[in-house]
Design a protein around this ligand. Structure first.
Ligand code: XUL
Ligand code: MN
Length: 349
């Protein structure tokens, strides 16, 4: 590989190695221990893991500050022993009874205080794991019915929460992961544009960026590569959750490229053309193993997604750029279309 070209580093979250439970049925596989997950990550050539705060420190709500740091240090030790880094920590603000009606935007001040406290704990954990990145997937910040909350008020609560985190740790960088719905009917920060604007309302916009997940963009009726390009133009694309999604339904988290190879190609193209990864950004995955996979082959969605990404990097690098430019100049997009299809299929053009 050319030295000047990006060589990508990959990450995923331990929740991506799961037991196959869905809302209609129980687990169908034995769980892997955290250590086993770390070994799988290493064996598949990943360089970092992503964390929910309680992936790193289970049951953290029942632990003291010193117990939390002790457990976080022991998680960090396992990572270091296997040559893995922690990419980010995301406070899990959607499990506790305090987050039933939202976390930062709950109507109950006690719940809002819990959300901030929990986020501060996530920051402490991130520090122990050696990362300055916090991801906010704002799972329950929205409403089931419009009349239940005030949007300007909720937006202010979100800005205030971000400001408190930025104030607590001066090295912290926050990545907002937008998603339009699920579990809420309508989320308050559904798109890249909303997330970006929220960051610019904060006390330090230079420390608020975006994580874009493929499936979330599709659920919002948007094109993932265009959204990535938009965030890149603001230098705000600090992580990605690559996966795939078949139409407008629940968040499927399918393997990258599984549904629409050309859509996957364009995501890789926009990342590659804009130097994604050169400032240390990881190519993150958020993919779910099919419920039908047996446990011993339930890591293949990770291997396949990474492989698909790398194959598509090859396709992007092998694009006939002079031909592309010429067809753009002639405005012959039908011919460009034909060339791209031939290129992706690997048939003579
Ligand atoms: C939810 C989702 C989360 C975040 C991390 O749809 O994508 O896994 O990526 O909390
Ligand atoms: Mn995600």
């Amino acid at each position: 590989m050319d030295e000047a070209l990006t060589s990508y580093r990959f990450s995923f979250g331990p929740w991506n190695l799961s037991e196959g439970a869905d809302p209609f049925g129980p687990p169908v596989r034995e769980p892997f221990s955290f250590l086993e997950k770390v070994k799988i990550a290493k064996q598949l050539g990943f360089e970092a893991l992503q964390f929910h705060d309680d992936d790193a420190v289970p049951d953290l709500d029942s632990l003291s500050a010193s117990e939390i740091s002790k457990q976080a240090r022991s998680t960090k030790q396992i990572l270091s022993d296997h040559g893995l880094a922690a990419e980010f920590v995301a406070p899990r603000l959607w499990f506790s009874p305090h987050t039933i009606d939202g976390a930062y935007t709950s109507n109950d001040p006690i719940d809002r205080a819990y959300a901030i406290e929990r986020s501060i704990k996530a920051i402490d954990i991130a520090r122990e794991l050696g990362t300055h990145l916090i991801v906010l997937w704002l799972a329950r910040e929205g409403t089931y019915i419009r009349e239940a909350k005030s949007v300007p008020q909720a937006t202010q609560y979100l800005v205030d929460a971000i400001d408190k985190m930025l104030e607590y740790d001066k090295q912290l960088r926050i990545l907002v992961e937008p998603k339009p719905n699920e579990p809420t009917d309508q989320a308050y920060i559904p798109t890249t544009g909303h997330a970006l604007a929220l960051g610019y309302r904060s006390s330090d916009p230079s420390r608020v960026g975006i994580l874009i997940e493929t499936a979330h963009q599709i659920l919002a009726g948007l094109d993932p590569s265009d959204e990535m390009g938009y965030a890149l133009s603001f230098q705000k694309l600090w992580s990605v959750h690559l996966n795939d999604q078949s139409g407008l339904k629940f968040d499927e988290d399918k393997s990258f490229g599984e549904v629409d190879l050309r859509r996957a190609f364009n995501q890789v193209r926009v990342l590659e053309e804009n130097g994604y990864g050169r400032n240390g950004e990881y190519v993150g995955l958020d993919v779910k193993a099919m419920r039908t996979q047996r446990q011993e082959v339930s890591g293949k969605h990770l291997a396949n997604s990474k492989q698909a990404f790398l194959w598509l990097v090859g396709k992007v690098r092998a694009l006939n750029r002079p031909l592309q430019s010429e067809l753009i100049k002639q405005r012959d997009y039908e011919e460009l279309n034909r060339y791209i299809i031939a290129h992706l299929l690997g048939v003579p053009y």
